[in-house]
Write a protein that binds this ligand. Sequence first.
Ligand code: LLP
Length: 385
Amino acid sequence: MFSNKDISHFANLETPFYYYDLTLLQNTLQACSNAAKVYNFHVHYAMKANFNPAVLEKIRSTGFGADCVSGGEVKKAVEIGFEPGKVVFAGVGKSDQEINEALDLDIFCFNVESIQELEVINELAGKKGKKAKVAIRINPNVDAHTHHNITTGLDENKFGINSWDLPACAETLKSCSQLEFIGVHFHIGSQITNLDVYKNLCVRVNEFASWFEERGFLVKVLNVGGGLGIDYHQPDEQIPDFASYFKIFQDFLEVRPNQEVHFELGRALVGQSASLISRVLYVKNGKKKNFLILDAGMTELMRPALYQAYHKIENISRPETEAAMKYDVVGPICESTDCFGKEVELPETFRGDLIALRSTGAYGEVMASHYNLRENVKVEFSTAK
Ligand code: LLP
């Protein structure tokens, strides 16, 4: 991913910063778009994964829609130039203000997560003399076999409407004159690497879509969410296998003529396209452990502290010779969980060396915080190779 030219350029830059490889991003987006077109599938980019304006602009220009989870994301998507007719709005806790703003922007649809929310959207749309398009987010109770903090489709999760509440949901939909039901929505979790999980999801989607059809609803949209994982161990130029992913839905979903299949991919589109570049502030050699203390911490990249997530760590200032030392690689934040990796094998490392934390394009920059009064994390871009 990094040329020697990149690295000598980095040497003059203030660290830490996210380094976006826009060429790799472009290639990843194109691969996804080509694979989706084979089946005429529609992709909405899950903006929560990364809302850096340069990244969003690439995604918009590839022709994807936007999947948003807050009023802020809806507004940003439209501001960047995503067509409102390609913007969907999910989230368990949409405020009245957020709903009103989305109604004013005439977005494609609300992915609704409770019966009460249906009633609120109906009332607010009524006050504006509008009809709101809604898809029902159903909790399908499918285990995504992913980290328990990022699973969303089990009975114990807060997301979506549970199957036993669907009769009441159908009644509410029928009585709400300002709502137009367009279909069903699912999202079972993130960083899913076992594609068989999606076969189970397809079975449930078919069941629930039929359930609505049997009750006289026209199901125009099957939105199966996102969740496709990336290989954090192979960050180099790795483009996810979109073809195999989409083929599962083609093979296992029962799609009626005139029905659209929608996806909400986040991580798979942007994950591999960035690294967090940081500098070694101090090397502490102890009796039991050697520590590398970086100038980036959990405030710049939260995933390891929050989910014990793995990100490949490389010393890009030293030649890739055989690893000579083992280090615990930590940040400067006053929390013991501020650790990027334990016993990481690296060449002997010195103060001032540049360290790359790879595969940080998704849920990296967007989850940065100001804890310990840290500054905004910086960003750099590369296009040419
Ligand atoms: N659709 C909905 C309704 C979602 O909640 C999400 C992610 C997505 C789509 C996109 O999922 P993706 O394709 O990116 O897996 N911060 C965590 C991940 C949280 C995912 C939340 N929802 C992490 O760093 O792993």
